[in-house]
Ligand binder design. Structure first.
Ligand SMILES: Nc1ncnc2c1ncn2[C@@H]1O[C@H](COP(=O)(O)OP(=O)(O)OP(=O)(O)O)[C@@H](O)[C@H]1O
Ligand SMILES: [Mg+2]
Length: 301
């Protein structure tokens, strides 16, 4: 079963401006999906639609097989959400907030206690758990909102910029936790972010969105194929022989287009057998940023 499926999902806030136009995609269970797009692309709108916070203007979607327009209560039970502005009760302590949200989810007191203990420990909030949230730093508030999203052990986790405002150590812990949830417990993660390097490190599937339209969706390799992206090998050396369709880079290296890893061996053997000297050989592949901008540029043509 797909964890998330949208069919021509559409949203217009005021009747004419389209925030999300006919969007169809599916995400299998256990994927870490990176939903990437510039400001105003429609990411948060999609998250709100999938959680039943907004009504679609057209099309439909399901989360864990449940219709988003009909099963909001069940979907809330299965999903954990950390939005851009996760609201907490500022005059309550961290642990009181978790107690409150745990009860909303119908969890028993014992279950809330046990789960809060683990999450607060993991997110390094144990010492601050009795402090009022208004005395928390930005990073502490964000970590508490991650704890809140995970409290009821959701099957699908929606995270809007989960590591923004976190120091590198806390960000690393959160990243580790997201990977663990996906690999060990099959939790599906729907992650909105602008940080392409971060997405590349953690995601198994990507969706590019621009002005409410999906530009591309797939695994990294699938998206590379869709753009016919090239791979090169760059070689620095001396007495390098002429090689067919090679070009010289501004650093004085020769750059040759390759189709596979084996081509590198063949090229090096050829150079060496013709008396060339190789000091450095490096494959240059597209990274997520190259891929993202290639899809964005395609859109602007
Ligand atoms: N409540 C609202 N009323 C009217 N228009 C809205 C509302 N919320 C969002 N929009 C519009 O919908 C479009 C998509 O916004 P959305 O918040 O989904 O973008 P986003 O991809 O999350 O952007 P960001 O990266 O800045 O968070 C934007 O043009 C935005 O102005
Ligand atoms: Mg947003």
């Amino acid at each position: 079963m797909n964890a998330i499926e949208t069919i021509n999902l559409k949203k217009s806030y005021n009747g004419n401006q389209i925030a999300l136009s006919d969007t169809s995609f599916s995400i299998k269970q256990g994927e870490i999906f990176g939903f990437l797009g510039s400001n105003g692309a429609g990411k948060t709108t999609t998250v709100r639609l999938l959680n039943g916070i907004l009504e679609p203007s057209g099309g439909n979607a399901s989360v864990m097989g449940m219709d988003i327009t009909k099963n909001q209560v069940e979907i809330h039970k299965l999903c954990g959400v950390m939005t851009e502005t996760a609201l907490m009760y500022e005059n309550l302590s961290g642990i009181e907030n978790l107690n409150f949200f745990g009860r909303l989810h119908g969890m028993s007191e014992a279950a809330i206690r046990e789960r809060s203990f683990v999450l607060l420990e993991y997110l390094e909030l144990t010492d601050a758990k009795n402090k009022k949230v208004k005395a928390y730093s930005t990073g502490m508030k964000r970590r508490l909102s991650i704890a809140r999203a995970l409290l009821h052990s959701p099957k699908v986790l929606f995270l809007d910029e989960p590591t923004s405002g976190l120091d590198p150590e806390a960000a690393m812990n959160v990243t580790k936790m997201i990977k663990q949830l996906s690999v060990e417990q099959g939790v599906t993660v729907f992650l909105c972010t602008h940080q392409l390097k971060y997405a590349e490190e953690i995601c198994t599937l990507y969706g590019f969105i621009h002005k409410g339209r999906m530009l591309g969706m797939g695994t990294f390799d699938e998206l590379l194929k869709q753009r016919n992206s090239k791979r090169y090998v760059e070689i620095r050396g001396e007495s390098l022989p002429d090689i067919k369709s090679s070009e010289l880079t501004h650093e004085g290296k020769i750059r040759i287009t390759i189709q596979s890893d084996d081509d590198v061996t063949r090229i090096l053997q050829d150079i060496l057998s013709r008396g060339g000297k190789v000091y450095e050989a490096r494959q240059v592949k597209w990274n997520l940023e190259d891929l993202y901008f290639s899809f964005q540029k395609g859109e602007n043509l």
